[in-house]
Ligand binder design. Structure first.
Ligand code: GLU
Length: 481
């Protein structure tokens, strides 16, 4: 078999959705596993809805996810150009061939005529389709229509009463009845080819061996097969991957939360977690493991383990995975990843004044509470705000035993040069005075932070240091005088 070559061919009419990202990922995984190549092509024949901004956003999303491709719109390659609107001349030649062989014909029906035809079909309870009014126009009739200034569309002549068979790697054999299809448009009246036509020409010329795409394109496939056959092109293999449903088993939509990949980046998900999560949307490897690195997934990815049934997008699962990935990161790496999210914090300016060691302390202190990178912001206020007392903390501070504990703490409070020094000091207080952790930690916590809950004490001690701790304690004592 020739070397595997697959493509991801987004239409730049919106951001990259979860579904699109999953299709791109499956193509990437298959190519990598097979030692093949991935290509990225832009299908921008919908002139009104396509934009360069969306194209850039899609490419950026794919890169963020960690996908790489050898050929495509941004990296170039032997089959350039990779934007369909820049390939119009290429398509024209094949349109000519189809017109010449009679496999396609010009159609001059107006919007009004088509609407009337549709109504008639609906009224008779028949399938809505183009019934072929212009199928048998003579050359003279065509010339007359053209002379009267009607711009034609070009339709593909679908054979009558034929069963079209799609042999799909995921869905096996799927059949379509050609008589329900109607002659479909391959070139619009403005001369721009339709998706169904351009996709075939491009996939053939670009040497695509496997078309892996979303299930919603399955119904387009018989039309595409007709074009392959009419032009004597070799058909590629097809694999249509199932829909992604929300947790209520309805098709994934905005109602289910964020749908575009960029939104997940903004919310602080790690690309590795999404890579892992998306790979498992419709594919299951052998074994029980759920956390797999990109290399491990590539190693195990085969299309025969891609499921026919719909995949369910389980946000709890994604959150769990993200947390696992965050947990596994060394602190310095995590600090680098969390930093951009501090911009959203009301304490941003204060954070920017801190040195690296203090920022690292904060991140280390809150990392176990984080599901997403931006969750750090929810927990850092205690470090950066001026001390303010919660009612419960004041109650603790008023307890008779508290004064004694605070004295013990203040008396020979050292400079906390790192978290280990702070841990050792707290331990020593417990040991020397035969006290229980709660007896000691709660009064100290309330006296230095004004709160009964928060990050582990050694982090707070180390972050503030001796002078600031003593200042805070003074404020707390004054508050309960
Ligand atoms: N441009 C199509 C889309 O974005 C791609 C379909 C295909 O992969 O053939 O849905």
């Amino acid at each position: 078999m020739s070397r595997v070559k697959v493509r991801f061919a987004p239409s730049p009419t919106g951001p990259l959705h979860i579904g699109g990202a999953r299709s791109a990922l499956f193509n990437f995984l298959f190519a990598e596993h097979e030692g093949g190549e991935l290509l990225v092509r832009i299908e921008d024949t919908d002139l009104e809805r396509s934009s360069r901004e969306y194209e850039e956003e899609i490419l950026e999303s794919l890169q963020w996810l960690g996908l790489k491709w050898a050929e495509g719109v941004d990296v170039g390659g032997d089959n350039a150009p990779y934007r369909q609107t820049e390939r119009l001349d290429i398509y024209n030649k094949y349109v000519e061939d189809l017109l010449e062989s009679g496999a396609a014909y010009e159609c001059f029906c107006s919007e009004e005529e088509l609407a009337a035809e549709r109504e008639g079909l609906l009224a008779r309870g028949e399938i809505v389709r183009y019934v072929g009014k212009c199928r048998h126009l003579s050359a003279e009739e065509r010339e007359a229509k053209k002379a009267s200034g009607i711009p034609p569309v070009i339709r593909f002549r679908v054979p009558d009463n034929t069963i079209l068979v799609v042999n799909d790697i995921v869905r096996e054999q799927v059949t379509f009845d050609s008589s329900l299809m109607g002659d479909f448009i391959i070139v619009k009246s403005d001369g721009i080819p339709t998706y169904n036509f351009a996709v075939v020409i491009d996939d053939v010329l670009m040497g695509i061996t496997h078309v892996i795409r979303a299930e919603e394109h399955l119904s387009n496939t018989p039309r595409q097969l007709l074009i392959y056959d009419a032009l004597n092109f070799k058909r590629p293999e097809f694999a249509h991957i199932s829909l992604i449903l929300g947790s209520d088993r309805q098709k994934m939509s905005k109602r289910h939360g964020a749908t575009s990949l960029i939104q997940y980046r903004e919310m602080g998900y790690l690309p590795e977690a999404l890579f892992n999560f998306l790979a498992f949307l419709g594919w299951t490897p052998e074994g029980e493991e759920e956390i797999l690195s990109p290399a491990e997934i590539v190693d195990r990815f085969t299309l025969d383990r891609v499921s026919k049934s719909p995949a369910v997008f389980d946000l709890d699962k994604l959150n769990w995975m993200n947390q696992q990935y965050i947990k596994s990161l060394p602190t310095d790496e995590l600090v680098g990843l969390v930093k951009p999210y501090f911009k959203e914090s009301i304490y941003y300016e204060d954070i920017m004044k801190l040195d690296e060691a203090h920022i690292a302390l904060i991140v280390e202190a809150v990392r176990d509470y984080m599901v997403c990178l931006n969750d750090a912001n929810e927990h850092i206020g205690v470090f950066l705000a001026e001390i303010a007392h919660a009612e419960k903390a004041l109650e603790v501070l008023r307890e008779p035993a508290t004064a004694n504990i605070i004295n013990l703490f203040v008396n020979d409070c050292p400079e906390f040069t790192d978290v280990d020094v702070a841990k050792a000091y707290l331990k020593k207080i417990l040991k020397d005075n035969k006290l229980k952790p709660k007896q000691v930690f709660m009064p100290i916590r309330c006296a230095i932070s004004g709160q009964v809950k928060g990050p582990d004490l050694p982090y707070l001690l180390t972050f503030w240091g001796r002078d600031e701790l003593l200042r805070r304690i003074e404020i707390s004592l004054a508050a309960v005088k």
